[in-house]
Write a protein that binds this ligand. Sequence first.
Ligand code: PAZ
Length: 360
Amino acid sequence: MSSAIPSSAVPIPSTFSAEAYFSTQLPPPGLEAEVNGVREFLHRQNAAGRKVVLVTSGGTTVPLELNVVRFLDNFSAGTRGATSAEYFLEAGYAVIFMHRQFSLQPFSRHYSHSTNPFLDFLEIETSTSTSSSTSDFDSPSPTDSNTQLPVFEPDEEVPRICVTASKRADLLRVLTAYRAVQKAGTLHTVTFVTVNEYLWLLRAISHELAFSGRRAMYYLAAAVSDFFLPTQKMSEHKIQSGKGSLVIEMDQVPKILKPMVDEWTPEGFIVSFKLETDPKLLVPKARQALERYGHQVVIGNDLHRRKFEVVFVSRPGDSGDIKESWLRLDEEEVKDGKEIEKDIISELVQRHLAWIGVTI
Ligand code: PAZ
């Protein structure tokens, strides 16, 4: 998806409210088709009476030119979002997984090309082509002329691919969960790249999800740029070097949590994330976000401790008082490979049920 130049007749504000943003920055071309896909998905999930969660994941980019050569990016690989999506699915939720293109995804995240390349645990075995025809590990069809794959004669030794013994149990577990989700049709993926695509998608999907009322949860784990360059201020072509330093003045991305809570989806259970690198700022900033936007939970995480420690900031029991509660993995749990998202989702599922009004 990419943006074109909006009409120059539209005045460009100096600071962007959400309203000003959407009236001056064009929607991405694929938006309508994406929303139709989401609508159909929600129709099926609502008919099945499932709770639904929108998980946002990965970082947004900020293009610096209209013909984009350069852009600012955000560090997130999408680990939090992809991992959480799996636990939501396990808990019976239907998941709209709105993620940065090529960032981690539920299930396939276990076999990321850089940390756990799947080719490293596949082995080649040999057997005869006649005996392999009923095998679980089917060989390529010898008659397929459209591929570059080798062709085998009957009774010729043909290679078969199987999984290294030590990796089988793990793969079977992931594959079984993946196939069950495919069969149930409870995962729908949507992609974004730029912050503009993210904002338009978030608004449009929130409008659709609003029809699910309190059964909808929003789990906003994406790392969204705080600053952007309006299309009206962008250079059309590649920014040229040779004139000394480059100075770019960016505008602040509008704080969309406010309209989300007040207008787009007033019944939704909204969980936002706050990332800080200075531990002293984490709780005050998370509290400030909750006070300012009035949603249900802010989960604070420190950049370097986020895999084993987060803080929930919320108003338990609608008491009015903001409280913090820390969630931590102990050393043993970290050693055993436990993922903190398991506890985060378990806690949120309980809170969401209470929000819906279900007693358990
Ligand atoms: O993708 P990841 O697992 O490496 O990082 C997750 C995260 C730190 C981006 C997420 O937990 C988060 O805090 N998101 C919101 C960031 C923000 O304050 O904008």
